[in-house]
Ligand binder design. Sequence first.
Ligand SMILES: Cc1cc2nc3c(=O)[nH]c(=O)nc-3n(C[C@H](O)[C@H](O)[C@H](O)COP(=O)(O)O)c2cc1C
Ligand code: SF4
Length: 455
Amino acid sequence: MENDIIFQPLKFRNLTVKNRLFRSNISGRFDNYNGSGSQARINWEESFAQGGVGAIISSFVPVKLRGRILPNYAMIDHDDKIPFWRKVGEAVHRHDCKFIMQLSHSGRQRDNPGVENFREKALSSTNNPDTFHGFLCEAMTLKQIKDTVNDFAQGARRAREAGLDGVELHASHGYLITQFLSSAINDRKDEYGGSLRNRAAFLLEIIQAIRKEVGHDYHLQAKLNAVDFGNALYPWEKKGNTLEEGIQVAKWAEEASVDAIHVSIGSIFPHPLLPPGGFPPDELNWWYGTMISSGVRGYLNYTMFHFKFLRPIFTAFWGRTKKDHPVEAVSSEYCKEVKKNVSVPIINTGGYQDARVIRRVITEGYTDAVSMARPLVANRDLPHVLAAGNDLPQSPCSFCNRCLVNAVANPLGCYDVRRFAGDHDAMIAKIMEVYQPAEFADAHTADSRVADYAG
Ligand SMILES: Cc1cc2nc3c(=O)[nH]c(=O)nc-3n(C[C@H](O)[C@H](O)[C@H](O)COP(=O)(O)O)c2cc1C
Ligand code: SF4
């Protein structure tokens, strides 16, 4: 382990992380409806710190109520949220782990507006509804853009006041900042639309505004798409930003003072390539049932998921882009090109679980670190397992994406019953562990005991 690149510290300008394994962002509905935090959230985050990751990059934390994806997400929209996030930071810090908050705004990509947002369309760069999910929206006015830039800056200030180690801008996966960056979505005619420079203005103004609030001695990173790939489901839709454009945006973000770039892909979420792997249409029925009942117009998709005989049509369309991409290290080739063009450290997301793959992408210069979401949902102690010299845990994540499609309606956790030897009750018990009281994280034993269930 001493000589293993995976367990070497990574130095950013304002932050040092003890190893190269980051917990990637994983949203779940753990918190109170009004955006205040819960003990389940603290338990959830602390358990990854205890599992050995060097840093946790939080789930989607809305900087404004109107930019929330789903109710029951802890927000950072007001100073009254600072004490809760301080508690999260303290719990994570107990395990020599850093905590980076993902400052986020959904824009039009809002799975369930909740009662507070029900009567208002979502804000976006455009008036056009999203064609995959059917989310309705309206183009932001210049005043709304200015106010939202300030919302991000205030979110960063609050994160710093809460004693967290840094912030990440969610500028990927089709959320608000991507809706400005992407040529497939942004159809504005003003100074925030048209050329790539204009489309990047919103992101760059947010970075500047954050620096004004928190100074230059605080960690700030951006999660960016190297490539958009457009809607990807429908061949007639625009593809969005190319790799060259993705690289240019990363260079501008670096010039504007970000300390790191978290490289991803895909201008909608989910996308066939992100998170890579399976996409179980049977369980998508639940997700869409929840969305439709909350006023989202995803009727086409819902019809395809609802009727079994139509599901293969969706699967065939969804699978087209996946053919040319492996699940493991899915975006690494694009990430490598971004890395060649910037000098700040790079974190890459998508399909990392196997120590051999992680070691290779770091030593061969694809990235400086990897972030992991689903492999850690399956085995929160994966870093300890790899540090012990294993290439994989005993019962690895299958990348089936059942956790993802359940997350809109059900508690977040691993829903691949095969990992529990078909024992549904054992699977649900594991998912529900996080709702136990504060002692959860201390009492929490290694996740690799899941292997015991699998016999
Ligand atoms: C259930 C779930 C929730 C996610 N939530 C977020 C999120 O809030 N913000 C974000 O940037 N990415 C989110 N992602 C994407 C992950 O952070 C990650 O980039 C992606 O899943 C690929 O990594 P993996 O192969 O290690 O899962 C989510 C993924 C999953 C499966
Ligand atoms: S449900 Fe479990 S096995 Fe499937 S992708 Fe999620 S964490 Fe991995």
